[in-house]
Design a protein around this ligand. Structure first.
Ligand SMILES: C[S@@+](CC[C@H](N)C(=O)[O-])C[C@H]1O[C@@H](n2cnc3c(N)ncnc32)[C@H](O)[C@@H]1O
Length: 223
């Protein structure tokens, strides 16, 4: 798993640090990958891939949810609506522009008190207490950042014992790219959790996981 500090990468130009060209034409800069906000939150995406299904599966009223690599809030805003005023959504993205957009959207939707938007890396969530989060959503996060081990360790730290995590990574990418999560690494990541379901699609690998040491209710021995 990659653990180097993010390096400067110019999209479409030679990567000065690695002497190669970045795989994704929509990214902007830096070793950890940023996206233009309209790419992540637009009407077409909402139509083709409505956030409601994931939100329903991973959030309930009053719960605490962490949306890591939140972008400008494609999931955070509906998550905020779902958990409501008694709940909390930590939205974390290292892209300050995305976070500032998210804050504006949250205020407009009267979710300013519910959504705690934080500009920083998912590999340092020190502002979130241990074992305090019911669900973590990390949609497309790991394959956009270098420090996979750091983010995974933070996810495990903040998750409640019975908490759930949604992970998804893009399958498309350069194998040499330190952000890329290949099949072997994906299997290694999943082996650190208890897998509830997994789907290996053409473009993405996705899974719902829980802490490994906590048995799922269906697996508890019958009395
Ligand atoms: C593929 S986008 C997904 C955004 C959002 N989860 C969604 O589904 O719309 C990946 C996001 O991860 C963010 N990101 C990249 N490296 C990060 C890091 N080290 N910590 C937090 N966020 C990061 C990017 O800025 C981008 O918003």
């Amino acid at each position: 798993m990659g653990s180097d500090k993010p390096k400067e990468i110019q999209v479409g130009k030679k990567d000065r640090a690695q002497g190669s060209t970045t795989a994704c034409p929509c990214c902007i800069a830096t070793g950890d990958r940023r996206f233009r906000p309209w790419l992540l939150d637009n009407g077409i995406r909402r139509l083709l891939s409505p956030p409601a299904k994931l939100v329903k599966e991973f959030a309930k009223e009053g719960q605490v949810v962490a949306d890591l690599g939140s972008g400008s809030g494609f999931y955070s805003i509906p998550l905020g609506k779902k958990v409501g005023s008694k709940g909390r959504v930590y939205a974390v993205d290292f892209d300050e522009r995305a976070i500032s957009r998210l804050k504006k959207k949250a205020a407009k939707a009267n979710l300013g008190e519910v959504i705690a938007a934080h500009a920083g890396s998912a590999a340092d969530l020190s502002f979130i207490p241990d074992a305090s989060v019911d669900s973590v959503i990390a949609n497309g996060l790991l394959c956009c950042m270098v420090d996979h081990a750091g983010a995974l360790s933070e996810i495990k730290r903040i998750l409640k014992p019975e908490g759930r995590v949604y992970l998804s990574v893009a399958r498309i990418g350069r194998k040499k790219d330190p952000r890329y999560v290949g099949k072997a690494e994906w299997e290694e990541i999943l082996s650190g959790f208890r897998v509830i379901w997994r789907r290996d699609g053409l473009a993405t690998r996705r899974a719902k996981v829980a802490k490994r040491e906590i048995p799922l209710p269906a697996e508890l021995p019958a009395r």
